[in-house]
Design a protein around this ligand. Structure first.
Ligand SMILES: Cc1cc2nc3c(=O)[nH]c(=O)nc-3n(C[C@H](O)[C@H](O)[C@H](O)COP(=O)(O)OP(=O)(O)OC[C@H]3O[C@@H](n4cnc5c(N)ncnc54)[C@H](O)[C@@H]3O)c2cc1C
Length: 380
């Protein structure tokens, strides 16, 4: 039986593991943390409650299940809590102006639980992987150039937004600085998502929940948050939403994103196959990476058998990446006056016309617009 090693037990690594195990490979997943659900957070000071959080993502569960070749939800009638909550409304606070978007079901916008609870997507994929005989080595880190060079050929590296692999494999990235707080969601606030565009960050801030847990995050790529920003967000969230947290964590190295170079998305690095955020399969503008990680897991699994075919699929799924990257660079370069004009204009039009146009904001999410057309998507 052919063996495959996968580094990183996050979304893309676990997806690839399930697919390869179903195809008959002997799969070993190596994970730096002692358990599943560490996701992309570098912060070491956080407690267990706080690493349960919610990601917003466009996700059509049926189309994605067909693409991956395994069900991305527990069978109907099972008592498992689904890891995803359809989101009925998305709230933006854009430079002080409130814009609310209703989200019809066919827009497929979801809040997805992340983290170590049994109801998270990470744990759902882990259970599937174990059922299919995947082996795990927890508490094992692959971090240095030497350690990566020693991996067997065709190993998959799926280490998410952690900086070490970017550095060891010479993949340009941008460091994100962040302030965050997490914990149980107040009653009636799940699922929920409110996002802030503001002078205080050239990226954005948000509070999001799913399955009764959530987190508030203010982040900025490329430069540290100012003292004024760190003071602003907790105060604003309390004022606007009545939300207060006992502990806020200021993190120097919250995460790294693949926005270091226009040419970044890449399926391989020498003999190694890349997956998820490390491969660049994350929307460079909004940092939406859940959809791309799932798609990328399948492509990485395909690459083990057929690198050329996988490379073609990888290009197809990242078709909009460069445009989204250049748009983000423009917003960074012109912040705050550019975003002050562009973001309210774009978001302000949507409530007045068909909100299904939210689709138009999604091409940057790797694979989202291409999924229904895919070969596997058509069930061929
Ligand atoms: C604060 C924050 C908010 C986000 N919000 C959203 C959102 O709302 N919507 C959305 O779609 N995306 C969001 N993302 C992005 C999303 O979380 C990632 O893009 C997604 O998790 C990527 O999946 P992955 O498989 O690449 O990595 P992950 O799911 O992060 O998994 C990587 C795994 O690799 C392990 N690992 C890392 N380094 C090593 C090593 N050296 N050796 C062994 N194991 C290692 C990690 O412990 C982890 O388990 C957010 C990210 C952050 C940081």
């Amino acid at each position: 039986m052919r063996q495959v090693t996968i580094v990183g037990a996050g979304l893309s690594g676990l997806t690839a593991a399930v697919i390869l195990a179903r195809e008959g490979y002997d799969v070993l997943v190596v994970e730096r943390k002692k358990s599943i659900g560490g996701a992309s957070l570098h912060a070491s000071a956080v407690n267990q409650d706080e690493i349960c959080f919610a990601d917003l993502t466009p996700l059509d569960i049926d189309a994605m299940s067909r693409y991956l070749g395994f069900p991305l939800s527990a069978p109907a009638g099972s008592h498992a809590v689904p890891f995803y909550n359809p989101l009925p409304c998305l709230r933006f606070r854009v430079f002080g102006k409130l814009i609310e978007l209703r989200l019809p079901a066919d827009v497929h916008m979801k809040m997805v639980e992340r983290g170590p609870r049994p109801s998270s997507i990470d744990m759902y994929l882990y259970r599937l992987a174990v059922e299919h005989g995947v082996r795990f080595s927890f508490g094992t880190r692959v971090a240095t150039r030497r350690e990566f060079a020693d991996l067997p050929p065709d190993s998959i590296v799926a280490t998410g937004m952690f900086r070490e692999a970017f550095d060891a494999l010479d993949i340009p990235c941008t460091r994100a600085y962040g302030l965050f707080a997490g914990g149980p969601a107040p009653d009636g606030r799940s699922p929920f998502c409110t996002a802030y565009y503001h002078d205080q960050t050239q990226d954005y801030a948000y509070y999001a929940t799913a399955n009764g847990v959530g987190a508030a995050v203010l982040f900025q790529r490329g430069k540290p948050l100012s003292d004024a920003a760190v003071e602003w967000f907790p105060r604003q969230l309390l004022e606007d939403e009545g939300l207060a947290f006992a502990h806020w964590h200021l993190v120097e190295d919250l995460a790294s994103t693949p926005t270091g170079a226009l040419s970044n998305p890449r399926l391989s690095c020498g003999r190694l196959i890349l997956a998820g955020t490390l491969a660049g399969m994350q929307d460079p503008s909004m940092v939406l990476g859940v959809h791309g990680a799932l798609v990328s897991g399948r492509i990485a699994a395909l690459a083990v058998r057929n690198r050329e075919k996988a490379a073609e699929e990888f290009r197809r799924m990242n078709r909009w990446w460069k445009l989204a990257y250049l748009t983000r660079r423009l917003l960074w370069a012109t912040h705050p006056w550019g975003p002050r004009r562009i973001i309210p204009a774009v978001l302000g039009i949507l409530p007045r016309v068909d909100q299904r146009l939210l689709w138009l904001l999604n091409p940057a999410v790797p694979g989202w617009m291409r999924l229904p057309e895919s070969e596997a998507g058509r069930g061929r």
